[in-house]
Design a protein around this ligand. Structure first.
Ligand code: NAP
Ligand code: FE
Length: 376
């Protein structure tokens, strides 16, 4: 067993100012920012710190959500032209994932996405070579955990694929609770529910350790206690969920994830990552609990619930309280049915299935998608 964390964390109100400490004079820094971080003035604050540190910087504003390979490829020439030594990514998981993917293809120009992306657990994986450009991740959502994780999730066509390597773990993460304070309700809900999925999947994973468990338990507990308040805008709750997101990130960096993520990555065309995960979670739990209840039961007890049934109902209740829609409400039936076979096959091949407590068949995955669609 092994427990790993590469990223140095700075946290607390105003911790954004650590940018000035981290960067060096004359260092060439490229900042990737989402539009909201520019609009809300946080990008401006970052560039002020860069100026104070005497760094040479450039900004790329408007990194899209749920990023595609095209978005990464479009950014690359600008990056190559500037020749940065350090990246800063300020925004949600999407912006951080773009910075990570750009880092791979900027540091190793001969590499193609298809060479290193993980398409199937049955295919030989090519490791990502050593990378040199430093990365500071500054999350503005409270969910993805990309600020500490080894993954970058990129959409190619209808499907998301991951690049995974410890080389992708950011060097620094800055968790300043002023940033997620401004999240719209839906972003707070969707990203916050991703935290719960990360915590539960990392805990029940075949790769879980007592150390990843500790982070998973604390993150899940925090979600059950504070997510509703956080979504309704409570400041203290938003801060707690912000840290819980990174804790769940540390949990899955080590414990990995499972069938919910395998299935949501293949259903990425349907909606935002956290939302699709939240919809699928109870159905995957029902499937796993029937066949391997042990770890769910132990998580239930850690969280102060009576038994595994109570955990399962709390998950459903939280979705209901937060008005998570049914799958059939956000997807066109015809399109869903047309894509079902392909999604199930690709989800079955997803490497995260290796960590799920149960090895499903393609037909069983299809049935889980169908149950989620019918809302049974
Ligand atoms: P996101 O897609 O990064 O952000 C969603 C939207 O929220 C953005 O469009 C952004 O709008 C807005 N936003 C973000 N922060 C805001 C703030 N503080 N105030 C106002 N608006 C804000 O959401 P996310 O849930 O963090 O990331 C989802 C992505 O992460 C998915 O692509 C998923 O696959 C990936 N993911 C990665 C990992 C990993 O380990 N790498 C793990 C789980 C999920 P603007 O664009 O207008 O700014
Ligand atoms: Fe996730």
């Amino acid at each position: 067993m092994r427990f790993f964390l590469k990223t140095t964390l700075f946290l607390g109100e105003g911790s954004l100012k650590n940018v000035e400490k981290i960067v060096n004079e004359n260092e060439r820094v490229l900042v990737f920012s989402s539009r909201s971080m520019d609009r809300l003035g946080f990008l401006g604050e970052v560039t002020k710190y860069l100026e104070e540190a005497g760094a040479v910087y450039e900004t790329i504003i408007g990194v899209p959500a749920e990023p595609t390979l095209e978005a990464v490829e479009e950014i690359l020439p600008k990056v190559k032209e500037f020749e940065p030594e350090m990246f800063i990514a300020i925004g949600g998981g999407s912006v951080i994932d773009v910075a990570k993917a750009v880092k791979v293809f900027y540091d190793v120009p001969d590499l193609n996405f298809d060479d290193v992306a993980i398409f199937s657990r049955f295919q030989k994986m090519n490791p990502i070579p050593k990378l040199k450009t430093k990365l500071i991740a500054i999350p503005s959502t409270s969910g993805a955990g990309s600020e500490v994780s080894a993954a970058s999730v990129i959409k190619k066509g209808d499907t998301k694929y991951t690049l995974v390597s410890p080389e992708l773990c950011p060097d620094y993460a800055i968790l300043d609770p002023r940033l997620p304070e401004k999240m719209p309700k839906e972003v707070a809900r969707n990203s916050g529910l991703d935290v719960l999925v990360h915590a539960i999947e990392a805990y029940v994973s075949k790769a879980a350790t007592p150390f990843s468990d500790a982070y998973a338990i604390k993150a899940a507990k925090t979600v059950f206690e504070y997510l509703e308040k956080s979504v309704s805008g409570d400041r203290e709750a938003r801060e707690k969920i912000h840290y819980a997101a990174t804790m769940a990130g540390i949990a899955f960096l080590n414990g990995r994830l499972g069938l919910v993520h395998a299935m949501s990555h293949k259903a990425a065309w349907i909606g935002p990552h956290g939302l699709v995960n939240a919809i699928l979670l109870p159905y995957v739990m029902e499937y796993n609990i029937k066949r391997a209840p042990g770890r769910y039961d132990s998580l239930a007890k850690e969280l102060g619930f009576k038994d595994v049934e109570e955990l399962y109902f709390k998950v459903i209740e939280l979705n209901e309280k937060l008005a998570v829609p049914k799958l059939s409400e956000i997807v066109d039936e015809k399109e869903f049915m047309e894509k079902l076979d392909e999604m199930a096959k690709k989800a079955y091949e997803d490497p995260l299935v290796n960590f799920n407590p149960v090895e499903p068949t393609v037909d069983e995955i299809k049935e889980i998608y169908m149950k989620a669609f019918r809302g049974e």
